[in-house]
Design a protein around this ligand. Sequence first.
Ligand SMILES: Cc1cc2nc3c(=O)[nH]c(=O)nc-3n(C[C@H](O)[C@H](O)[C@H](O)COP(=O)(O)OP(=O)(O)OC[C@H]3O[C@@H](n4cnc5c(N)ncnc54)[C@H](O)[C@@H]3O)c2cc1C
Length: 354
Amino acid sequence: MLGSISGVIKTLPAMLPLLPYFRLTMQQFAQRFSNPFLKKAFPLLEYSIPFAPFIMHLAKHAYGFNRDIAWPVGGSLPFARSIEKRYKELGGEVNYRQKVEKILVEKNKAVGIRLSDGSEHRADFVISDADGRKTIMQMLEGKYVDERIRAICAEPPDETNWAVHVFLGVNRDLSNEPSALVMLLDRPVIIAGHENRSLEMQIYGFDKSMAPEGKGVIKVELISTYSYWKKLYSDRTLYDREKQKVAEIVIGILDNYFPGIKNQVEVIDVPTLLTWERYMGGTHGFANMPSKKSNIIASLLGRGQERNLPGLSNFYFVGAWATSTGALFSNAHSGKKVIKAICSVDGKKFLEEA
Ligand SMILES: Cc1cc2nc3c(=O)[nH]c(=O)nc-3n(C[C@H](O)[C@H](O)[C@H](O)COP(=O)(O)OP(=O)(O)OC[C@H]3O[C@@H](n4cnc5c(N)ncnc54)[C@H](O)[C@@H]3O)c2cc1C
């Protein structure tokens, strides 16, 4: 995220030679290999998406090389806790397990929230990190929309996506295994209604805090659709049975690569898009983004964000709805931008480091 025209101008000389790679996909680049295995395997290196832009692959290596991206030891919980710690040190207060149902509005000004337990909490500003569709259409009862906002609130298409994760806790030392693996299958296997020719997985043996000594965690990611799981969810027995079946198929395949792992599985956890929807409040799982085409130029310039709503003051969006991106750094940065904007409204100086 370059953020401004001057930022773009400064970075342009370094960006220009990279432009041809923006259009190139992983699949297209792989055609340059003469080795048949590389030709087949390389397109799957970015989330098993052959049409993923090759620049994404280059960028990740560059970020890694410069130590700009890394794995947070312990995974997402300690990562979130470190943010909570800093927030509390700065005087912030966090309340968990409190669902916001309504945003309170007086004279077209957001003045607080109502929780699902009925309690109301007044505030000078309301900032939503929740799903935009639900914030706009339910929490604000669709009162602050124009034609454009209505269009971006449209239900996302029912496309195939990363829909199911199979987490396995195994009584097996995985510390010498690679951190990620794409397993090419000898023959296609149908899992959750989708034909798989390979399996994408993460093996967390590199992080000792993920499992007790001598044990390990594997996550296998599978493609499916929201509607497939939504239909099953109407009958919890069928839904649970399908999750069990998915895990069994996956364990069976893994046993070919990790002989004996079938009998070493101690914990199985299978979240689906429905689990995400239930826990995180998104639409169709983690689809928290507006239904609009991404505009790379606008986002490079730090523009095109869905931060406000027409006719409503003292209200801001942050996170995936505001940025239309699925990356932590840009979503965290959107929060900083909003606080800066509020400081400016309040006539306060925004301090980069308190
Ligand atoms: C499987 C997976 C792997 C990913 N891996 C990476 C990665 O390696 N690197 C990376 O940069 N990004 C990754 N991402 C993307 C990243 O997780 C998201 O971009 C980021 O979490 C979005 O942040 P957010 O704050 O906008 O939304 P969220 O993280 O979804 O947070 C929204 C919060 O709002 C809460 N909420 C929603 N509705 C309500 C309500 N009504 N009342 C109260 N609270 C509510 C939710 O409970 C949640 O805590 C990954 C995403 C997924 C799904």
